[in-house]
Design a binder for this molecule. Sequence first.
Ligand SMILES: *[C@@H]1O[C@H](CO)[C@@H](O)[C@H](O)[C@H]1NC(C)=O
Ligand SMILES: *[C@@H]1O[C@H](CO)[C@@H](O)[C@H](O)[C@H]1NC(C)=O
Length: 517
Amino acid sequence: MEMGDHQKNLHHCRKRPRFAESLCLLLLSLFAISASARAFDYADALTKSLLYFESQRSGRLPYNQRVTWRDHSGLTDGLEQGVDLVGGYYDAGDHVKFGLPMAFTVTMLSWGVIEFRQQIADAGELEHAMEAIKWGTDYFIKAHTSPNVLWAEVGDGDTDHYCWQRPEDMTTSRQAYKIDENNPGSDLAGETAAAMAAASIVFKKTNPHYSQLLLHHAQQVFEFGDMYRGKYDGSVEVVKSYYASVSGYKDELLWGALWLYMATDKDEYFKYFVHKAHCFGGTGWAISEFSWDVKYAGLQVIASKLLMEEKHKEHAHILEQYRSKAEYYICSCLNKNNGSNVERTPGGLLYVRQWNNMQYVSTAAFLLTVYSDLLQNSNQKLNCHGGMVGHEEILTFAKSQIDYILGSNPMNMSYLVGYGANFPARVHHRGASIVSYRENKGFIGCTQGYDYWYSRQETNPNVLVGALVGGPDCQDNFEDQRENFMQTEACTYNTAPLVGVFAKLLQLEDPNLLASY
Ligand SMILES: *[C@@H]1O[C@H](CO)[C@@H](O)[C@H](O)[C@H]1NC(C)=O
Ligand SMILES: *[C@@H]1O[C@H](CO)[C@@H](O)[C@H](O)[C@H]1NC(C)=O
């Protein structure tokens, strides 16, 4: 039984006259029993999802580091270039620090906290969520060494992938790459501005000085990206086979302006978002993918929220165009568009593509949850080609995707590592697959790691708790093998959108709801 049906029945009972109450209570307890058989512990999932970011930390680890199989690494990053680039996150199972996906990760963590702050706080995880964000933003501040210089990447995929080592033993190149006036990167600048602006909202009350600092950097980085236009993969060629900016930079410039508007309330950013809506594709692109590369659906959903506010009435016609594209995205996830819908596996999982499909599932679950809240708060319904949809139906579908992730799927597998009894045990991750540095400090070389640790059949010695792996194929099949990186590698931007959604689902499950009946 899905949570949504459970909820509806609860409401149904509440409206009944008194004489039916005892029957309702009986039914309720039956529902509770059948639901509990498949209920998921979202509090546990939330806690674990935040632990994952500690596993991905580069730099000097703090005294309160909870993931204890990791140790300091990358302590000379930037040294050759004369800049301090120590810190930040490794993006996935390797040790390259890629600016674009790192910034998107931080934007999504921040957006999650902005939307679901109370729920995350109620679960006792707000501090950890803010630490996860700050680990990224501290690095972005370092990487933004002057108004028109932003360091884009440390290490490179080709030499990094030649080795299978723990981050603590790393011997590969730590060449760093930057964008500047002569080597533009508007997509990277736009996303980094978005990340810092969104994070500045998160820290506004608790750390106003830091919040201001982030805002200052965000504004400068945005201005730089807007003034010197170009795709960052044209300037930083080594990123091309890993995180090429296929969608270009226009989505990130709109996205950066939008987050700066949210953070500052300044008209200039709103005007940018409105005036460039058409020529930057914001009101033109209808896309069923929201990812580190393609931001349109995200900014279209936020535009739909702005439309609800009286003060944006003057530009309602543009915001409505944005919203119609947001509706396209939501309806396509719900399988209710005319023809163009996101595919699903037989087990019901949204399926966009073979390699790391889960990243699209987690961003979809996030946008669906935000959109459901938007409809509920404005007392509206969504009009899809396939019919009118209420906020409960959207949230129920988002929940079905999350429950699939946590184990409600044909493999009975939790794709969130470390959650439940059955989860991927051979995650494609250098650090997790080799004995912990804290246990065994003997140096493990580049090919030695491949020969001994990568190729063995045994499960990983360290559990990468909270990581969302790439996930199953289009037939719900999953092969838990280290070399199967399309399915068993996890990325920071897979887990980031889940944090807020877990907190929201946890709130729905609040036992007080039943107790107060
Ligand atoms: C739905 O799609 C079909 C095929 O593309 C088209 O002929 C039809 O007009 C569309 N219906 C609506 C209501 O848009
Ligand atoms: C998953 O669990 C169900 C119910 O317990 C069982 O029938 C099915 O065989 C399991 N599938 C796999 C792949 O283990």
